[in-house]
Design a protein. Structure first.
Length: 395
């Protein structure tokens, strides 16, 4: 095998990011991922700006290494074709509202009769159980109801969502982890299973120290801007030109920070000597640091702190990110050919192995780009049958 999942077939019924982001990682690892959408298009990401030659750049971010097949699952013939596809599939991913597959007659109980080894991964906002199980789940709503927004932003500002769909992104990774785990277990038992992934559950798991401090101490975290509730100094400081993030995560790093700034006396001052004392005197200490930091540019301070081993970094805009020498050195951006756009640029998979080359083999597909070849070559339909199904709106 050249790729670890090259013998795995995934039927991807999911939309937007959480599900497709997970199937994309599986595709990166060699799985044959077949996106199944309605002939009229069901993934709203295809409609989100900006566009390049009519194709959504948002959609491209979550759909490399896949094929696209259109199929109307509301049509009886479409359901029959899907069931036939399930017989030879390893994984089905879906993120319909809870109960939708069951109403369509495509529940896990039905599908596993067709293929006992099938792994069905259901991704929903709140999970398959509980009083909110039938509520729609969108990333910003989950950030709000799950507590993330309340601890994000400045104390005198409003609760703030993270600038990217972070819950969807984290969920996509749990989608991948759960499917890989189920495949590994199937290797031993020969049985598939139904995976229940909830954006809300993922959100709560990501609260980390915030949730742990509340559950065990009753501490309710407050918004603290670009600082840290439990570590000082661990925040953004304004340099003479732009902001710089500094993370003195322990007493040793704090001492190095003080020495680098030319104020070693702050490291032995009883008010600042330990992190607990620094938290107590947060405003006083950070004001002092800010006065010193404002005297040089962010790049100058980064150079000084880098030599001293103090974690820091300028706050870059997106253009500066992709011009960064580290990003260029890692060849993080790749160019791939696209049938209508020509050449598109994508961020590569972050997976790096010593004995495995993770590649982008397929461009993000056009809607239904592989429908005809799939049904002819893999489902055994004739050209006449495919044409008839198109006319009937089945594919």
């Amino acid at each position: 095998m050249n790729q670890p999942l090259e013998d795995i077939k995934v039927l991807d019924l999911s939309r937007v990011y959480a599900g497709p982001g997970g199937s994309m990682i599986l595709g990166d690892l060699g799985a044959d991922v077949i996106r199944i959408e309605s002939p009229s298009g069901t993934d709203s990401m295809r409609d989100w700006v900006p566009f390049i030659e009519g194709e959504s750049t948002y959609y491209m971010s979550a759909n490399r290494n896949k094929r696209s097949v259109t199929l109307n699952l509301k049509d009886d013939k479409g359901k029959m074709l899907f069931k036939k596809m399930v017989e030879t599939a390893d994984v089905v991913i879906e993120n319909f509202k809870t109960g939708t597959l069951q109403r369509m007659g495509l529940s896990y109980e039905v599908l596993k009769q067709l293929n006992p080894k099938l792994i069905l991964c259901s991704v929903t906002g709140y999970g398959q159980t509980g009083p909110f199980s039938h509520e729609p789940g969108f990333d910003p709503v989950i950030q709000a109801i799950g507590g993330m927004m309340d601890v994000t932003g400045f104390p005198d500002g409003e609760p703030t969502r993270v600038g990217v769909p972070v819950v969807d992104i984290m969920t996509s990774q749990y989608v991948t982890i759960s499917i890989l785990s189920a495949l590994r277990l199937r290797d031993h038992t020969g049985k598939g299973q139904h995976i229940d992934i909830s954006l809300m559950d993922v959100q709560l798991s990501s609260l980390a120290n915030v949730s742990s401090s509340f559950l065990n101490k009753g501490t309710i975290a407050n918004r603290i801007g670009n600082g840290h509730s439990y570590i000082v100094p661990y925040q953004v400081f304004q340099c003479s030109d732009r902001p710089l993030m500094i993370c003195a995560g322990n007493d040793r790093l704090y001492r190095k920070l003080c020495e680098s700034m030319g104020h070693p006396e702050w490291a032995i001052d009883e008010k600042y000597k330990t992190n607990l004392e620094r938290i107590t005197h947060r405003e006083e200490l950070t004001d002092k640091i800010q006065q010193v930091i404002s005297e040089k540019t962010a790049d100058e301070w980064f150079s000084i702190f880098s030599k001293a081993g103090v974690p820091s970094g300028p706050v870059n805009n997106i253009e500066q990110v992709f011009e960064h020498e580290q990003v260029r050195a890692r060849e993080t951006v790749e160019e791939i050919e696209h049938p209508t756009v020509g050449t598109v640029k994508l961020v590569k998979s972050p997976l790096r192995f010593s004995n495995l080359d993770v590649q982008t083999r397929k461009h993000p597909p056009l809607l239904g780009e592989h429908t005809e070849t799939f049904f002819k070559e893999e489902m055994g339909l004739t050209s006449e049958e495919v044409s008839r199904l198109r006319e009937e709106g089945v594919i």
